[in-house]
Structure formats: C-alpha cells, structure tokens
Write a protein that binds this ligand. Sequence first.
Ligand SMILES: [Zn+2]
Length: 271
Amino acid sequence: MTTVETDTPGLAGRTILAVFAHPDDESVACGGTLARLADAGVRVVLLCASRGESGSTSDPSLVSDGDLGRVRAQELRDAAAVLGISDVLIFEHPDGDLRWADVPELHDEIVATIRRYRPDGVITFAEDGLYWHLDHIGIHERTYTAVLSLGADAPPLYYVTMPKGVMREVVEAAIASGWAPEDSSFWGIEPDAFGDEAKPPTFVVDVRDWVARKLAALRCHQTQMGARNPFAQIDETVARRCLGIEQFRRAPIETAGDSVLERLAEPVTSS
Ligand SMILES: [Zn+2]
C-alpha cells in the first residue's frame, strides 16, 4: 500500500541523492524519510559504495552460490522498490575497507553522480557513522569532500544520525514479544552504540506513517535481518514508537541550493 503525500508542496520533481556504504544502510538510517520523499514526488537516487559482501549471513541457504554481494545487491534493489527509490547505483568497492580503499575513485564517482543527477540535497552518514563503523565514516568523509569540491555548485548536504536509545527500545520490545535473543545485538553490535556519540540533530522528520514501508524495506535485507535480528520481531506499533522519527543535521557548507529536505522538518524536541 502506498501513502501518497499531498501536503508538502514544492517537493515534486526535485531530486535527493543518498550516499551509503552497504545494502541496508539506507533502510536502517533513513528508510522512512526516503519513502516519504518518494511519495511527495521526489526522485530519490541511492549510491551504495559496496555490495556488502563481507557482511554476515542470517541463513546460508539464502546464499547458495556463496556470492553474498550478489544476493545483497538484489536485496537492496528489492528494498529500494519498497521505498520508492528510483535509481540505485551499486559500486563494488571493498566492503570492510571503504575508508581506505579506492579513495580517489569513490570521490570521483560521488562527484560524477552529483553532476549527473543535480540533486537538490545529499544525505549521508554523520561523523559517527551511526555506531563508529569505519566504512560508514569513510563514506561520510568521501561525501563531504566530494560535495565541498563542487564549490558554488554544491547541493545542501545532510547528515543522518540515529536517535540515541532507539535500538535498545527495539531490542526490549522484541524481548517483550517473546523473542529470545542469542546475543541481544544487531549484527554483533551493542544496541547502545547506535547514536551514542552523535552530534545533536538540527531537525527531525516524522516518518511514523511510513514505518510500515521502512520495516518492509528492512526485511528485504533477508541475509541481514534473519530471525535472530530484533528488526524481524517488532510489529508496526512498536516500529512507530521506536523508528518513527529520523534525524538530520545540515553540514556546514555554503550552498546555493534551497532547502528541500527541510520542507519535511520538524523542530527537535529534547528526549
Ligand atoms: Zn553499513
């Protein structure tokens, strides 16, 4: 079911580019916002720097040929279709080494993608990489320098962070619903690591009416969201409460473009 948004004028026909590291980052970090933008008529373009080939696999039978990158690339295309992302660009930089490998090439690809699509805004990770993931920090660095290099042509750049404590809430809700975790974690990551040291956002986007899509997109990433993952356990009611607010900070770069993402913005309320 698609929710068509009609109350956000000025977004139809605009373009937003999201730049992330692995298949699933887009859904975890800001799947609700991307779906809401798409519903408002925005062309949403996703650049994913790797195929996520070094990730975990929830169920080996999902990767019968052993090519996890191929499977995750398809999972990403499926998630993108759920979210309404129109263009998915998957590069094959080495998962696990994105901060150090292919630095000039990735810079050039991000610049070329911005020149090709002329986005009205770019979304990527903040300095904290959601939970200090070095690949995510690398993508933050490459995207920042790529946007900065465009000078007067630079589009507005937005950093997405996780609200502190939401992953703990997801875990606790999953446990309350009867889930028996093996290690209470997301891919072996301590839930409290998400958003722990993020700088405060400057605005938030209410995506409560889009959490069903966000959950559906997350679950397209089957190799990552197996039964052991708390995302597989929560229902829409819990998701509205835990995942219904996504938060952003605008990068301190002088840009000529007007504010597109801010049209969805609501003020930050202290939590
Ligand atoms: Zn990632």
